[in-house]
Design a protein around this ligand. Structure first.
Ligand SMILES: [Zn+2]
Length: 271
């Protein structure tokens, strides 16, 4: 379950999407942002097919999603900007497929980068289309956990890498962008090094030592409900499994998360 959505289940846009988020969000757009919720909903529809292009899965597992803009060149504004910046903004990116009878939830995604492609617009004229390259968050999160933490790298250097990891992904056709897996790993490595074996929530020592000899703590993303993937390290805290479970499942989980957010201001100043 992600924000209450179950993968594979079909939802009604009005009731289950706008309704769930206090009626917020544009009713027409294929990319929906919400005024007071850290969520970006993207809908992959059939409209593109009629115009000669369509969202598609790449053989390496990435999903290529055409941005918004019906006529003329697409621009990196509004919904398109929201997708590109979702990690830096601490927002969950939720992918739905329009089945014709509703919206089937696929899962939470991470934007790895984007490229520009010549594709027809609504009038059939060729224009620059922004094509986002998305990955399943779960796959990214699992790979980051399995990766060994770097040794003999200074905390300063790890911090630098983590802050760079959250920068808006660049156009992958222009430069060799760092993969979202690498970026996710950088954030994790820094947060765990910063915690240095002591829970940044309850301040107790890590409950056990991992197979690789490092203390076991978990990075928790304070602004999103789901964990894993790149995020601004100033909003990711290294906590013990007890604290982590409390945030996600405790009766006071929301309050505890708010307390941790406050605590982060002294751990990692935001200005
Ligand atoms: Zn703890």
């Amino acid at each position: 379950m992600t924000w209450g959505y179950e993968a594979g289940r079909v939802y009604n846009r009005t009731n289950d999407i706008h309704g769930r988020f206090k009626g917020e969000g544009s009713r027409q757009s294929g990319i929906i942002t919400f005024a007071t919720h850290p969520v970006v909903v993207i809908i992959s529809g059939k409209t593109g097919i009629a115009h000669g292009y369509a969202d598609r899965w790449r053989t390496d597992g990435a999903f290529e999603y055409f941005g918004a803009g019906q006529i003329g060149d697409m621009v990196m504004l509004r919904g398109n900007r929201a997708i590109a910046d979702h990690s830096a903004d601490g927002k969950s990116l939720l992918l739905f497929f329009d089945t014709g009878n509703g919206l089937r939830f696929h899962g939470e995604m991470v934007c790895e980068g984007y490229h520009i492609e010549r594709a027809p617009d609504q009038n059939g004229d060729k224009r620059d289309a922004i094509v986002f390259e998305l990955r399943d968050l779960e796959a990214v999160a699992i790979k980051a956990v399995d990766a060994d933490l770097p040794t003999d790298v200074s905390l300063d250097e790890l911090r630098k890498r983590a802050l760079a990891a959250v920068e808006t992904p660049t156009s992958t056709s222009e430069s060799k962008a760092r993969t979202v897996y690498q970026r996710s790993r950088d954030v994790r490595a820094y947060v765990l090094a910063r915690a240095n074996g002591v829970c940044e929530g309850c301040e107790k020592e890590a409950p056990f030592i991992r197979v690789d000899g490092t203390p076991y703590l978990e990075p928790h993303h304070l602004r999103r409900i789901s964990d894993g993937g790149p995020d601004d390290p100033r909003f990711v805290i290294g906590i013990c499994p007890n604290c982590h479970r409390q945030v996600h499942h405790g009766i006071d989980g929301v309050e505890y998360n708010t307390a941790l957010l406050k605590k982060m201001k002294s751990i990692e100043p935001t200005t």
